[in-house]
Ligand binder design. Structure first.
Ligand SMILES: [Zn+2]
Length: 465
């Protein structure tokens, strides 16, 4: 596959550090609030990358951290008068729930900052030993950026540009130096370490976790691919790269991938979504798979302008896939390798070219409908088609629902139960040849917006648009 390396600024052929294996590390959330659409987009992009690499036959180690201690978490805990651990747990659970709803697979490992303090201490000690870090009088420890001749080569900046975003502490050797450890002298949230009580700097987390949990320790790089949102390139990834380079004998990542920003379409944010950026609110109005389909529909490197018009258009496109799935409902067949799979994998293997992939799916649906109209009994064709749809589900995560349930989105359990009861009564009326009663029930269902389909597998229903 080819990957656009956002540091080298060019598309490169992907060649793993170790044959058949890929280590992929993505910066995870700071758990002080619910996930917004930007988190969703980033998680989906790297979930897709992981699926494509796996489909290409690689054994993928996918690591994503949880930042469960941070000033933002401490502030939120104060605001709500509960512990930082409770805040972290609440929003970690919420993050997992939201990501599962859009089909993001669970990472191979998900280390937490609070459980990795000794890994961070170990890296700080190495940086101190190698004279890349220094301690100031209050006990804080800083990374000495001037000691790393390659500092700023990752984000390709001039040193003067970065100063404003770094905290000003008079004893720092340079304004660009960043904290590895913040000493805590009062009752505040803190951890014990060889350097006294304190809290780790955020940038340190990923470098230390990669060193402790992910890297094989051999060779020129710690991991194959490091990913995250474009906003993380500087200072976060620049600082991670500097720490790893200076504390170990390797560079952090062979390939760097960054996804674009999510913006919300002007003031005209929708009625159903309000002005919320939160994924959980979007999930109240739309099936998670619709959101997945929509958020993945443009190339990951570009910025994504979220607006409900496009979201609805995406839903219509996904509806077509589910209509086709309904035509095949109840059929099964062994999975075979198809030309479609080869083509889809080739498209996605080209730096996740989703436009080409989506076009292939649209074509598949059109030709399948035509074929099922003219030649519905062609067994070999159906076998091929079911295998192709299986590929779509596996690679892109579309089509995982029961097709009938997909069209029932938005109804609560009570409404579904009532409709199912009406359908049972109608079936009984038909059995008793009481056609007046069965027709009356059909009309009643129709008034509720329910369409029913009598098939060999039973009666199914869906909500009309
Ligand atoms: Zn990170």
């Amino acid at each position: 596959m080819t990957i656009y390396d956002s540091v080298k600024k060019t598309k490169l052929k992907f060649e793993p550090l170790r044959e058949g294996k890929v280590s992929l590390y993505v910066c995870g959330p700071t758990v002080y609030d619910d996930a917004h659409l930007g988190h969703a987009k980033s998680a989906l992009v790297f979930d897709l990358l992981r699926r494509v690499l796996e489909a290409e036959g690689y054994n993928v180690l996918f690591a994503r951290n949880i930042t469960d201690i941070d000033d933002k978490i401490i502030n939120k805990a104060k605001e709500l008068e509960i512990s930082t651990a409770e805040i972290a747990e609440r929003y970690t659970d919420a993050y997992h729930r939201d990501m599962a709803a859009i089909g993001v697979r669970v990472p191979t490992m998900e280390p937490k900052a609070t459980e990795s303090i000794d890994a961070m201490s170990e890296m700080i000690q190495k940086l101190l030993d190698r004279h890349h870090a220094y301690t100031i009088s209050n006990g804080d420890i800083y990374f000495d950026t001037s000691s790393d001749k390659n500092y700023l080569t990752l984000s390709n900046r001039q040193s003067s540009e970065n100063v404003s975003r770094v905290d000003k502490v008079s004893e720092k050797r340079s304004d660009a130096d960043f904290a590895l450890w913040k000493a805590v002298h009062d009752e505040g949230v803190a951890f014990d370490s060889p350097f006294g009580r304190g809290r780790p700097g955020w940038h340190l987390e990923c470098s230390a976790m990669i060193e402790r949990y992910v890297t094989s320790g051999e060779g020129e790089y710690a991991v194959d691919i490091h990913g995250g949102g474009a906003d993380l390139l500087f200072p976060h990834h620049e600082n991670e790269a500097a720490q790893t380079r200076c504390a170990t004998n390797h560079e952090l990542a062979k390939y760097w991938m960054h996804n674009g920003f999510v913006t919300i379409g002007g003031e005209k944010m929708s009625k159903s979504l309000g002005n919320s950026f939160f994924l959980k609110d979007a999930l109240k109005a739309y099936d998670g798979e619709v959101l997945r389909f929509y958020l993945l529909s443009t190339h990951y490197r570009g910025d994504f302008n979220f607006n409900e018009e496009d979201l609805i258009a995406s839903k219509r496109r996904l509806d077509r896939l589910y209509r086709l799935k309904k035509r095949l409902f109840g059929l099964s067949s062994p999975i075979i390798e198809t030309e479609f799979k080869t083509n889809l994998l080739e498209a996605l293997g080209d730096d996740l070219n989703v436009s080409r992939a989506y076009a292939l799916i649209d074509e598949l649906i059109s030709s399948a409908n035509e074929m099922l109209d003219t030649n519905p009994k062609d067994k070999l064709y159906r076998q091929n088609l079911l295998s192709s749809l299986h590929t779509v589900e596996n690679l892109l995560g579309f089509g995982a629902h029961n097709p009938y349930e997909y069209f029932q989105f938005g109804l609560d359990e009570k409404a579904k139960t009532e409709i199912n009861q009406l359908i049972t009564r109608r079936t009984e009326a038909k059995k008793a040849k009481d056609f007046a009663a069965s027709d009356a029930i059909r009309d009643e269902l129709s008034t509720l917006g329910v369409s029913i389909m009598d098939t060999a597998e039973g009666t199914f229903w869906e909500m009309r648009d």
